[in-house]
Design a protein around this ligand. Structure first.
Ligand code: GLC
Length: 434
């Protein structure tokens, strides 16, 4: 175990770029929003200064309106498509004047990451001082979401692109692609020069991705116009669970700091409304778990994915609902021949255990589920998630994602996508030290 931890630390130090971390070399050569949050949790165990710097740099990229971009292009690199020249974040009048970025965001993890830094820290007074210097930016980010991403005032925010979900190539988005007919773009993919094409999305899928961005760009990334016109407008249970978890962490931290009563009141109001709507609108009784909602076409997207169970991390379901839901998870995803937790329903025709979010196991989702299970006192299943996570990394290395089928691990080559991947290392360190 000590060896594994040592290797994980090496991966993080290798991907550290003077002020921020990249998810992995070549495939993802910039700073990604939610990756940075998970990475900071790993650093907190052995280098708190880097953990704090990671978050400081990330929050420095915030736009004037509170928006946080999903990729920050700190350096020129042509190993990634679509890069800064495609996204043109400066089209938005309030975008960062200092950094080029995308005009999309990612799951808002920063709030709960700050609380994790506090939990891990062995100098809590110092860490709280650091948190005081950045917490208002995170609050501003939440304000942005509730103000601009909730057109019906439900307490549930939308995403307008699959790249905002973090689960970029989930089969759930297939239902959205069926409603669209984008033009055929001419472009040079870079991802498939680093990673086997069978593990990545298709050319036609990329046409959809680029087209949604083009529509947003045409309207200078105006939130109002996006809400009105984007063919992709989804309420995602993982994304909203991250926001709710982060709301709660901000409440806890502001209380510890002992200031900002008004902000705490506002957060508590959001929290109450969001959790209520979440349980009402995103829970599917028949499926027995949470699902996505297609706000553009006003229809539920009735599929099971690892995102379906993530609300336990944010204490959203009641104890009874959580217990029944985890039973569904174990029956569908938890057979002895599978590692927990496949990213998509293994019984579905759309399941593909080798392809990017269409089936493989991801360390960050496992970490979310592990912590959620522990909160509900489901220690045995939590332990299985933890041991499965350690096993897939030990068998194969610090890959981006892993085959869920145990038989595929016999030759230790069931890790896919990028290697020496930062969040796989960071969250493994956290699991090993728990
Ligand atoms: C992939 C993942 C996304 C992640 C990014 C960088 O695009 O789908 O969640 O943030 O890689 O690691």
């Amino acid at each position: 175990m000590r060896d594994l931890q040592k290797k994980a630390i090496e991966v993080l130090n290798k991907n550290w770029k003077e002020g921020f971390s990249i998810p992995c070399a070549n495939l993802y050569p910039f700073q990604w929003f939610w990756d940075s949050g998970f990475i900071a949790i790993g650093f907190a165990h052995f280098d708190m200064a880097k953990a704090e710097q990671e978050i400081t740099t990330l929050l420095d990229t915030q736009w004037e309106n509170g928006f946080m971009p999903h990729i920050v292009f700190h350096t020129e690199s042509d190993s990634y498509f679509p890069g800064a020249d495609f996204h043109c974040s400066d089209l938005h009048s309030e975008s960062s004047k200092k950094y080029k970025s995308t005009g999309m965001t990612q799951p808002p993890v920063t709030g709960f990451v700050l609380q994790e830094l506090y939990r891990i820290s062995d100098n809590k007074a110092e860490t709280l001082k650091f948190i005081e210097t950045v917490i208002d930016k995170v609050y501003h980010n939440h304000m942005y979401f509730y103000k601009n991403r909730d057109p019906k005032n439900e307490g549930l925010v939308y995403i307008y692109h699959n790249w905002e979900s973090g689960t970029d190539n989930s089969p759930i988005w297939d239902d959205i692609w069926e409603t669209m007919d984008p033009p055929e773009y001419t472009f040079e993919r870079r991802d498939t020069t680093h990673v086997d094409a069978s593990e990545r999305p298709s050319k036609r899928e990329y046409d959809h991705y680029l087209y949604i961005i083009d529509i947003a760009k045409e309207h200078h990334y105006s939130d109002e116009k996006i809400a009105e016109l984007s063919p992709f407008l989804v309420q995602d249970p993982l994304f909203n669970a991250m926001l709710i978890k982060s709301n709660q962490s901000l409440i806890n931290l502001y209380k510890l700091i002992g200031s900002s009563k008004e902000k705490v009141n506002q957060l508590e109001m959001w929290q109450e409304k969001s959790i209520k709507s979440f349980n009402h609108k995103l829970f599917d009784e028949e499926i027995g778990a949470y699902i996505h909602y297609d706000l553009r076409n006003e229809r539920p997207l009735r599929y099971l994915s690892s995102s379906s169970f993530s609300p336990i991390f944010a204490n959203i379901p009641s104890k009874e609902r959580a217990a029944a839901m985890i039973q569904v998870m174990m029956e569908t995803f938890g057979n002895e021949d599978q590692y927990l937790c496949a990213s998509f329903d293994p019984t579905s025709e759309r399941f593909n255990p080798k392809k990017y979010w269409r089936g493989p196991v991801w360390v960050n989702l496992n970490w979310i589920l592990y912590n959620g299970l522990k909160q509900y006192g489901m220690d045995d299943i939590a332990e299985r998630v933890k041991q499965d996570t350690i096993a897939i990394v030990e068998n194969n290395g610090f890959y981006e994602y892993f085959d869920s089928r145990k038989e595929m691990h016999e030759n230790n080559n069931a890790g896919y996508g990028g290697n020496d991947f930062s969040w796989s290392a960071a969250l493994l360190i956290d699991l090993l030290n728990d």
